[in-house]
Design a protein around this ligand. Structure first.
Ligand SMILES: [Zn+2]
Ligand SMILES: [Zn+2]
Length: 342
């Protein structure tokens, strides 16, 4: 099979992934072999490739995988060959530690992460424990479903962690793959809430307005009112400080990023934290997050906007993502095919 392999970390502009021929992996007991149709491209891959979140090496990245079951490993019975399934960031958790037993398998110290600790979906085939694969709702194409599996699920988790009540104002900092899905959930669940979007790119501000933002602006512009809840999707450290500064008393900021590209600047207690402001990060996802979110995405007719690239152009897609030049979500498609409309 063809696979994009990372062997040494460094700047994505150097073209760190190499397209190679590899044997198709064998599904072990309890696993399934999946023929990959599409795999989303995530900011976390930039963190892995550039060494901020060092992966096992060599590794096949990619943790937003949509494909069809090709073969079952010994003892697997949850799916049939041909079933369409998704694979997300959580590849395995121990099930016995305190975090797992409390329902927080996203915090399991022994958990394995797809495309980081085990090979992921920048390839024609991938294996996964069947307990960590999910049916994909029919209404999404393969490419549309891919960004739901991380951008969508982690956004759903981040939105839940904000504890947004209908009528409270929500600000989204950064507007890419995850935020463009979150705004669709927030509009549906909290129709009386005002939604502000702060992002550098006019292309992203235009998409935010199209999806129902009440106000959009660039970083540094004054927000048009008090913000009760905020989510920071950016790789920029100073967004944490700026978002905290704009929170109303009792407000809460949730940061949806595994790593920041640059440090969070020093916070001033009186300005950024006093008045019972809260700051919370989002770490990983649980199977429950995926199982709740996928049917919800189908039910509320979320429309993921995707820009597709052939597997061979993974490096190009990553560079474009790093530059902020992807309009919404980038997705690799296997077996030929080019960008939308080409
Ligand atoms: Zn991701
Ligand atoms: Zn555990």
């Amino acid at each position: 099979m063809k696979a994009q392999v990372l062997s040494a970390t460094g700047p994505v502009e150097d073209g760190r992934l190499a397209l190679v021929e590899r044997p198709v992996p064998e599904p072990a007991g309890g696993e399934i072999l999946v023929r990959v149709a599409a795999c989303g491209v995530c900011h976390t891959e930039l963190d892995e490739i550039e060494g901020r979140l060092p992966p096992r090496l060599p590794v096949v990245p990619g943790h937003q995988i949509v494909g069809r079951v090709e073969r079952l490993g010994a003892g697997s019975s949850g799916f049939d060959p041909g079933d369409r399934v998704g694979i997300a960031w959580i590849n395995w958790a121990c099930g016995t530690c305190a975090a797992c037993l409390a329902g927080n398998e996203n915090l399991c110290p022994r958990a394995r992460w797809t495309g980081k600790d085990v090979d992921g979906g920048y390839a024609e085939y991938a294996v996964v424990p069947e307990a960590f694969a999910y049916p994909i709702p029919d209404r999404f194409s393969d490419a549309e479903a891919a960004p739901l599996l991380c951008a969508g699920v982690i956004g759903y988790r981040a939105l839940r962690l904000t504890h947004l009540d209908d009528g409270q104002t929500l600000a989204l900092f950064g507007f890419g793959a995850s935020a463009h899905i979150v705004i669709q959930i927030a509009k549906r669940r909290c129709p009386a809430s005002k939604l502000f979007v702060v992002t550098r790119s006019e292309q992203h501000r235009a998409l935010a307005r199209k999806l129902g933002a009440d106000w959009t602006g660039a970083p540094g512009e004054a927000l048009p009112g008090e913000v009760h809840r905020a989510i920071d999707f950016t790789p920029v450290g100073s967004t944490v400080r700026d978002a905290l500064a704009g929170l109303a008393p009792g407000g809460r900021l949730v940061v949806n990023a595994i790593r920041k590209r640059d440090p969070v600047p020093e916070l001033d207690y009186a300005t950024h934290l006093w008045h019972e402001k809260e700051l919370k990060s989002t770490a990983n996802v649980t199977r429950r997050d995926v199982e709740e979110f996928l049917p919800l995405a189908a039910e509320i007719s979320i429309v993921p906007e995707v820009e597709t690239f052939p597997l061979a152009q993974a490096n190009e897609a990553l560079v474009k993502l790093k530059r902020g030049a992807i309009r919404a979500a980038a997705v690799l498609t296997m077996g030929g095919g080019g960008r939308n409309g080409e």
